[in-house]
Ligand binder design. Sequence first.
Ligand code: GLN
Length: 310
Amino acid sequence: MHTPVPEYLQEVLDGLSGHVDGAVADYIPELAAADPDRFGIALMTTSGRIHAAGDADAEFSIQSVSKPFIYAAAIMDRGLPRVLRSVGVEPSGEAFDELSLEQGSHRPRNPMINAGAITAHQLLVGEGATSAQRTDRARAFLSVLADRELRIDEAVMQSELETADRNLALAHLLRNYGIFSTSAHEAVAGYTAQCSIMVTARDLAVMGACLANDGVQPHTGNRVVPSDVARQTLSVMAAAGMYDAAGTWFSEVGIPAKSGVSGGMLGVLPGQLGIGLFSPRLDEHGNSARGVEAFRRLSSDMNLHLMTAG
Ligand code: GLN
C-alpha cells in the first residue's frame, strides 16, 4: 500500500458514503433513534500505532461486540472446562437471537449468540457472585481492554429491557435446563447492562489489538488476557462471530470479527491488528451493512485474509 493509512481509511469511508442499504435496528427503541449516517473506522497495530477516520470517536452501545470479551472474562474467572460445560464452541448457523440449544446437553451452541452470551455473563466472577458484581466485572474488564473508563448508558439499557421478551424467553429456557439458576429477569438485566456499555470505533480497535497482541494491551504493555484465553476467544469469534453469515464471511473476508445491532464491528488479525468500525444501518443478518463492505475492502486492499499464505 502506498497511500498513508489515515488517507486510505478516509478513502474507504468516502467510497462507501453513498451505500445506504439496510436499516437501523428498531427492536430496541433507543437504537432506532441513532443517526444512520455515522461512519467511523479505526485500526490499531499490535505495536500500538493507531489510525482513525470519520466518526471514530462517536459513542454507541457495544451490544453483541461485548460477547467475545465477556467470554474471555468468563474463562479467566472460571476456567475453560467449567465454561465449556455451559456453553459450546460450534457455529450455530443461526440468527443471533435464535431459540435453540444443543441436543442432549442443552448448552447454547456458542457464546456469540444471545443464549450463549447470557450464559457467559452468568459465569462471571464466580459461584455466588451478585448481579452487581457481574455487571461491574463486565464494565471494568472492557475498560481495562479499552484503556479508559467506560460507562453504561441507562437509557439504552432501560429501553432494551422494555422489549426484552425474546431474551427473557431464552433465559427461562436456559434456567429450565439448569444451565444457570439466577432468575431470568436478573440474568437478562445483567446481560443487557453489558450490552449498554458505551464505546467508540477507536475503543474497539484498541480492545481488538489487545486480543491480536496475544492478550497484552499494546498501550500499557500489561497482560490483560492470558495467551490461551485470547486464542480460544478468537477461535470462537472466527467460527461464529458473524452468526448465520459466519461461513461466507470467513471465506470471503477472512478476518475474525464480531458485529452488534447498534452497528459496531470488531475485527482482529492475530499478531497484526485490531479494527473497530461504526455504521448503524444493518443488513439482513444484523451485521453493519457498510461495515461488511468496508471490511471486504480492507481485506482485499491490504491483503488481510488469514488464509492467504505469505
Ligand atoms: N442486546 C442485543 C440483544 O440481546 C444484542 C444483540 C446484538 O447486538 N446482535 O438483542
